[in-house]
Design a protein. Sequence first.
Length: 94
Amino acid sequence: MIYKNIDSGMVYSFLKKVDHTFSVSISEKQDLSEYAKKLSAKATICVEITGDQIVSMVAGYTTTVTNNLGYIALVATVPEAREHGLAGNLVKEF
């Protein structure tokens, strides 16, 4: 599902869960709390939610889309939800 105004607290919780899965963790480059606030406020966010937790997310920027192009800043899925095509489906939705 695409969300424009997803709670930054949910985004932050998700980022903490996936941070270590990147070869260079997000937290090595920027503060996770600030990044969550930025994504929540400015990004187009597509997520898969199980219960009350984000398990997969694609986030990017589409406000200045030219020629049907956008910028995807983040694609991630929590390790326990991988291998089900969640991120691929969200990229298509984005």
